[in-house]
Ligand binder design. Structure first.
Ligand code: OAD
Length: 241
């Protein structure tokens, strides 16, 4: 059941900002990072998601990203992604910020998506930074290279790396200026993304969290809904329209 207060607040909202995390893609079949079945239970992030690890063993890192790319290729956006597409045309101003690299928001039809952690569908040269959107894989055991000879790496943000400047500026601005903020399917432990709901709250936004379990956001959210985003979000859209 969606609280009436949520619907009333949303109906009068002019600027709505949404932050999504791995949880919104979980119902599509993309594994989350933390929790019992999370990727970081089975794989060690320090061996797979940082630059030094890549330079030490680029083949292993490529295998890991190709494994994740294969999963993403085979699955589809879920009703949670589609509900956010509907919200984009419902609200006067709508900002969608995601920590996900799976591109499922865009595949669902969301037009304006701020990707804080990059996109797994792209590669970038470690030497000249050229972006490649070709569907590449290991050639035998060899890591693909750029025209300049540099190794290609996935265009995602690894531990210890800075977020894309343009994306984080847009995210801060969208969080500061909104009057309604949704935090959806994120454990809210990875910064700076995790600071966005708090920034929104400090600037007077009504903050709603949708998650299966409590997170650091729960303590200051105006409403926390325990449930699957693929079920809760369509219910919210239905109540709004
Ligand atoms: P996490 O795996 O840390 O958290 C996923 C959250 O989604 C958890 O709080 C779950 O309870 C919740 N969840 C799972 N299924 C859900 C569902 N169906 N509906 C609603 N909520 C659900 O993922 P993130 O918070 O996205 O960074 O992780 C943040 C960053 O940590 C990722 O972007 C990644 C990772 O290391 C990089 O790769 C840079």
């Amino acid at each position: 059941m969606i609280p009436l207060e949520l619907i009333e607040q949303a109906k009068s909202a002019q600027v709505v900002t949404v932050l999504t995390g791995a949880g919104i893609s979980a119902e599509s079949g993309v594994p989350t990072f933390r929790g019992e079945n999370g990727l970081w239970k089975k794989f060690r992030p320090q061996e797979l998601a940082n630059f030094d690890a890549f330079m030490r063993n680029p083949e292993l890192v490529w295998e890991w990203y190709n494994y994740r790319r294969k999963i993403i290729e085979q699955i589809s956006p879920n009703p949670g992604h589609f509900a956010l597409v509907e919200m984009e045309s419902y609200f006067p101003q709508f900002n969608l910020i995601t920590q996900n690299v799976d591109g499922l928001h865009q595949r669902a039809g969301s037009r304006n998506v701020v990707e804080l952690h990059g996109n797994i569908g792209r590669n970038r040269c470690v030497k000249c930074n050229r972006i490649s959107t070709e569907n590449l894989s290991l050639n035998g055991q060899k890591v693909p290279t750029c025209e300049c000879g540099g190794l290609l790496r996935p265009d995602v943000v690894w531990f210890g790396e800075l977020l894309p400047e343009d994306a984080i500026q847009k995210a801060f601005q969208a969080s500061k200026s909104c009057d309604f903020f949704f935090s959806i399917g994120t454990s809210a432990v990875v910064y700076p993304a995790a600071s966005l709901p708090e920034i929104a709250k400090q600037n007077g936004a009504f903050v709603v969290e949708i998650n299966l379990e409590p997170t650091p956001i729960t303590s200051f959210a105006d409403i926390s809904i325990r449930g699957k985003s693929g079920i809760v979000l369509p219910q919210i859209v239905k109540a709004l329209t």
